[in-house]
Structures are given as C-alpha cells and as structure tokens.
Write a protein that binds this ligand. Structure first.
Ligand SMILES: *C/C=C(C)/C=C/C=C(C)/C=C/C1=C(C)CCCC1(C)C
Length: 268
C-alpha cells in the first residue's frame, strides 16, 4: 500500500518545514544574543547583516524548491541548502563579532564555516562530475584533499597559529593555498573532463559550466581578499577583506545554488 502523489508531496513539505524549524530554533539563540547595535555607517557590519539574511533566504528557498525539481537533482538541492544553512548559522555569530566596539575579524568562525561548506561544495561538484560520467572516487578524494590544503594554509597564514612552530610568512601560506586551488582548477579544466562535459543533458552541461565558472572566477575573490587582509595591497585592510569575503560567500554559496536550481528546473 503506497502513498498516493498528493500525500507524498504533503509528507515531503512537512519534512522540509520541520528541517527549517529545527534550523530556526538553533539560530534564534544566537539571534537574540545581540548586545551591540549596528551603526548606520558600519559598512562591514552591514555587509555581514545582509549576508546573514540572504543565507537564510537561500536555505529556505533551496529546501522548499527541492520538491519542485526532477528526482535526480534532489540531492544537489539538499547539498546547496546545507551549504547556505551552515553559512547562515556561522554568519549569525560572525556579524556579532564584526560589530563589537573593539573591532575584531571573525576569523575562526569564518574558517570553521569554510572547513564545512567547502567540502560540501566538493560533494556538489562530485555529483555534477558523476552526472557527466567522470566522477571517480580518486577524483573526489583529490579534490577534497586539495581544498583542505588550501583552507588550512589560509588559516595558518591569517591566524598565525603556526608561528613559533613553522615560521612561514603570510605570503608563503598564501602560495601553498594557491597550489591547492590550482590543483582543483587543473582537474576541472583538464582534457578528459572537458570532453565529457560536452555530453549529457542540457541541464547537466549548464550545471557543469556554472561549477567551473564558480571555482575559477568566484573562488578567485578569496585569495584577493586574503592579500588585502594581510596588508599586501596598498591602502586595503581587514575591513576590505571582510566585505570581499562576504560578497564571495554570497556568490559562491547562494548564486551557485541558484544555478543548480536553474539547471534542475530546465532538465525535466
Ligand atoms: C563557502 C566558502 C567558500 C567557497 C570558500 C572558498 C575559499 C577559498 C577558495 C579560499 C582560497 C584561498 C587561497 C586560494 C589562497 C590562500 C588563502 C585562501 C584560503 C583565502
């Protein structure tokens, strides 16, 4: 005795709404913990506030829209929602740190967030690569390792956590991070993958090209932000870095999820 279609849809909607409710319950504690007021000329703080609200909106959208795409795209939509959901959770903390009177850059929250959301995005990439027939375990593992090398190097460079143990300058850590990213770019632009991407449904091809643009152009914003924060670029500092990182997160998490949704909608 199976569920009929309307019942199944109702069940799915209930599951999505329950997941959302759980998220809101967790998030509300941090939301109500606000002790400082956002100043009207605090552009860094404002960018954190906008990013927080948009991450929540993206999450709700992806969870609800998951019901309206073909089955084979549902997992991709779930992962897109997890990426923005985890980011929303961290942004509720980061914006508090960002507006505190003694300044402060929410570095640790930022990197904890990336350490969860970037591997989730690698899962998303793998799903797309699998759909064009080139997703292997070895490729998945290599992309995962490269992305973690990239993030850990960035964290050591920005936090100075390794100072006294392994004395490398912020620039050297940046170069190590660039090698991790460079490897990912090489994998996504190399011959086999490129050839395979020309097969597959229009929706899959669209998703593949979107993914490659995101990793190449969208991700390029981060190493530029890092250099601003490190004081390598004249006249730029931690504030510029934070605004740039926030914009980058909205593009790479939110807009990328929207592209997945668009691909799914045009792949019936
Ligand atoms: C949702 C968060 C995302 C997609 C974060 C991505 C982060 C990067 C692509 C960071 C890259 C970096 C380098 C390429 C060089 C070293 C410093 C980093 C970690 C900022």
């Amino acid at each position: 005795m199976g569920l009929n279609k309307p019942n199944l849809n109702a069940t799915r909607t209930k599951v999505a709404l329950s997941a959302l409710l759980a998220l809101l319950v967790v998030g509300t504690q941090t939301v109500s913990a606000a002790t400082t007021v956002l100043a009207s000329n605090d552009w860094v703080g404002i960018s954190f506030w906008i990013a927080t609200a948009m991450m929540l909106a993206f999450t709700v959208f992806f969870l609800v829209e998951r019901q309206n795409v073909p089955d084979k795209w549902k997992t991709s939509m779930t992962v897109a929602a997890l990426v923005t959901g985890v980011a929303w959770y961290h942004y509720t903390y980061m914006r508090e740190v960002a507006i505190m009177a003694d300044g402060g850059s929410p570095l640790v929250y930022r990197y904890i967030d990336w350490l969860i959301t970037v591997p989730l995005q690698v899962v998303e990439f793998y799903l797309i690569l699998a759909a064009i027939g080139v997703g292997t375990f070895v490729m998945f593992r290599n992309l995962m390792v490269a992305s973690i090398v990239m993030l850990v190097a960035g964290f050591f460079g920005e936090s100075g956590a390794m100072d006294g143990t392994l004395e490398l300058s912020a620039t050297v850590w940046w170069v190590i991070g660039m090698l991790g990213w460079g490897y990912i770019l090489y994998e996504l632009w190399s011959g086999d993958v490129k050839e395979a991407s020309e097969s597959g449904s229009p929706g899959v091809q669209y998703a593949f090209n979107a993914m490659r643009m995101i990793v190449t152009v969208g991700w390029a914003i981060y190493p530029i932000g890092y250099l601003m924060g490190a004081g390598t670029i004249d006249g730029m500092g931690a504030d510029d870095m934070n605004i740039l990182y926030n914009v980058a997160d909205l593009v790479n998490k939110g807009a990328f999820g929207m592209m997945i949704w668009y691909a799914a909608k045009h792949d019936e």
